[in-house]
Design a protein around this ligand. Structure first.
Ligand SMILES: [Zn+2]
Length: 79
C-alpha cells in the first residue's frame, strides 16, 4: 500500500496494545473513562469500538494489521 500523504510504499506491520480495556476511536472531546465501559458509551459519543470494551481484571491485548510511513510518521490501520 502507498502512503496517502506522500505516495511512498508503506511498511506492513501491526499495532499492539497490552493490558488494555480496549481500543476506541473517539472524537476530540470523547472519553473512555466510564467505570463500566460499554459499546453504547463509546458509540453515543460518535466513537467506534476497535476492540473491547473489556471490564475484567484479566489482561487483554489488541492487535491490528497496519501500514506505516516513516517519512510522514503516519500509520494506516484497518479495523
Ligand atoms: Zn508518507
Amino acid at each position: 500500500m502507498n502512503c496517502p500523504v506522500c505516495g511512498k510504499e508503506m511498511e506492513q506491520g501491526k499495532v499492539v496494545t497490552s493490558y488494555s480495556r480496549g481500543v476506541y476511536f473517539l472524537p476530540p472531546d470523547g472519553d473512555a473513562d466510564a467505570f463500566i465501559l460499554t459499546t453504547k458509551y463509546i458509540t453515543k459519543q460518535g466513537g467506534i469500538v476497535l476492540d473491547g470494551p473489556y471490564n475484567t481484571n484479566f489482561p487483554n491485548d489488541s492487535e491490528f494489521s497496519a501500514a506505516i510511513c516513516r517519512n510522514c510518521r503516519k500509520i494506516v490501520l484497518a479495523y
